[in-house]
Design a protein around this ligand. Structure first.
Ligand code: 4NP
Length: 155
């Protein structure tokens, strides 16, 4: 599965780090590949934002090895799920997805247990608290996603 945001330096690498850890805890790493990408090209090759790295490290996630890339045409064939952080990301994906795309394009927070937020807000221009909120929303939706997938994978 592939997480997608705008820059691939805040929200989607955070989601990649969180889901990967939860996948390992559930011993599903041989069955689930986790990646992330951005719809924009601003930050290709860059490490995640230092605020994302710091807040995630505080909860035991290491984002430091990740590097930003842009969504590629082959992603639509490679992944079963491409999960967008906000509706703008989802629209961008829908506009570039080939008709024969194998991936389901969804909003990530469709898998959330809370109803206050339907999108993961972009923390880039906000304060440190925005990064904590991003992590709260992502931890919750990641659990929801894996719970749904477990029934699909059988066990
Ligand atoms: P992200 O956050 O989409 O969560 O990685 C952003 C990072 C950079 C920019 C926008 C959003 N930017 O405009 O450079």
């Amino acid at each position: 599965m592939l997480f997608v945001c705008l820059g691939n330096i805040c929200r989607s690498p955070t989601a990649q780090g969180v889901l990967l850890k939860q996948v390992r805890e559930r011993r599903l790493e041989s069955r689930i590949t986790v990646d992330s990408a951005g719809t924009a090209a601003f930050h290709i090759g860059a490490a995640p934002d230092h605020r994302s790295i710091r807040v995630a490290a505080g909860r035991g996630y290491d984002l430091s090895p990740l590097r930003a890339r842009r969504v590629r045409a082959e992603d639509f064939h490679r992944y079963d799920y491409i999960l967008a952080m906000d509706s703008e990301n989802l629209s961008s994906l829908q506009s570039i997805a080939p008709a024969e795309s194998r991936a389901q394009l969804r909003l990530f927070l469709d898998f959330s247990s809370q109803h206050k937020f339907t999108e993961v807000p972009d923390p880039y221009y906000g304060g440190a608290r925005g990064f904590d909120l991003v992590l709260d929303l992502i931890e919750d939706a990641s659990r929801g996603f894996l719970d749904q997938l477990r029934s699909r994978l059988g066990g």
